[in-house]
Ligand binder design. Structure first.
Ligand code: FAD
Length: 291
């Protein structure tokens, strides 16, 4: 476990690599971040069949070959109950005991209902049946795009946590106040489980803007002005993105947030630098005990 000076905990999310080169980069990234002694690594679950296979393979390989605990993401939309249960069994038999339980998005825009699990609540219920699976769920400080209202969104989160999830990990956001207001609202309705902020370092503002439109996150207008000043200067861009992420995390830290989940996008230099700036320390590389 991480021994950062102020007991701040870190976790890092990866996505399934699409080719050999990305696969090698993933393992370099894992090796780099292992040395921070994170709480856990997580592997996202691909939206389509072949990407899902790669997710499963990589989550299991990470669990086997890294000393860090692995949380496997799992979505239940666009799959039958038997398919989802089969994946849970694969994770479980491989020794994975952490799942990020998600509904996911419909594979095609025409698909409106889940053919298997009716909702993520049913998936959580099924995972609870195993008796020893640690469950995380998703939360949305800026409200999920499909939510009827902010309060319905929050009540749905409460149901996921009441159903047995141990914690929520949030969609990324760039405004500390947005997260803090969300945390306050959650506490007011009686949510007392940890809500871990998801932090996305801005490697590429254009891509972040594009993705944010889809997932309902707001990119502050000030970012446009700031990043324009460092256009065509990759080093200055890196320093700016680092400074913004560290400022955001430090502000949250001052407000009592002691865990951060980084969306690494499998590019870990900046996540490493942010974590070090927040007090994480590098440990000696450990050899895995797994066979
Ligand atoms: P849910 O929480 O079930 O529903 C999403 C929203 O719909 C709710 O917030 C709520 O507003 C509304 N809603 C749903 N059911 C009800 C109800 N009964 N009553 C009222 N409102 C309801 N996607 C992937 O494909 N793979 C991943 O690995 C992945 N990892 C993620 C990790 C994190 C931390 C986050 C934040 C998101 C991740 N996503 C991933 C994206 C996620 O799949 C999408 O955001 C998806 O649209 C919602 O999934 P969910 O589990 O949050 O769904």
């Amino acid at each position: 476990m991480n021994d950062s000076k102020n007991n701040t905990r870190f976790s890092y999310e990866f996505f399934p690599p699409r080719n050999e080169r990305m696969q090698r980069r993933l393992w370099r990234s894992i090796g780099q971040l292992e040395r921070l002694g994170p709480s856990f690594f997580s592997m996202t679950y691909g939206a389509l069949g072949s990407a899902q296979e790669v997710s499963i393979e990589n989550a299991i390989a990470m669990h086997r070959d890294s000393p860090v605990a692995v949380a496997a993401h799992l979505t239940c939309s666009s799959a039958t109950r038997e398919q989802v249960d089969g994946v849970v069994r694969q994770f479980y038999d491989a020794g994975i005991r952490r799942i990020v339980a998600l509904r996911g998005d419909a594979a095609s825009p025409k698909e409106t209902s889940t053919p298997g699990y009716g909702s993520v609540l049913e998936l959580i219920e099924s995972l609870i049946g195993y008796g020893d699976i640690d469950i995380s769920v998703a939360a949305y400080p800026e409200v999920h795009p499909e939510a009827v209202s902010a309060s319905a969104d929050l009540q749905h989160l409460q149901r996921k946590l009441d159903a047995g999830a141990q914690r929520a990990i949030t969609q990324y956001f760039f405004d500390a106040d947005c997260f803090l207001r969300f945390r306050d609202r959650a506490q007011r309705i009686g949510i007392d489980k940890p809500i871990i902020p998801g932090i996305l370092p801005v490697h590429d503002l254009d891509r972040v803007r594009l993705f944010s439109e889809r997932c309902g996150a707001t990119v502050p207008a000030s970012y446009d002005k700031l990043f324009v000043t460092v256009k065509n200067d990759p080093e200055a861009q890196y320093r700016l993105a680092l400074e913004l992420a560290v400022d955001l995390c430090e502000r949250l830290n001052r407000e009592g947030v002691d865990s951060f989940h980084f969306y690494t996008l499998n590019q870990t230099d900046m996540c490493l630098d942010i974590s070090l700036a927040l007090g994480a320390s590098l440990q000696q590389p450990k050899l895995t005990t797994a066979a």
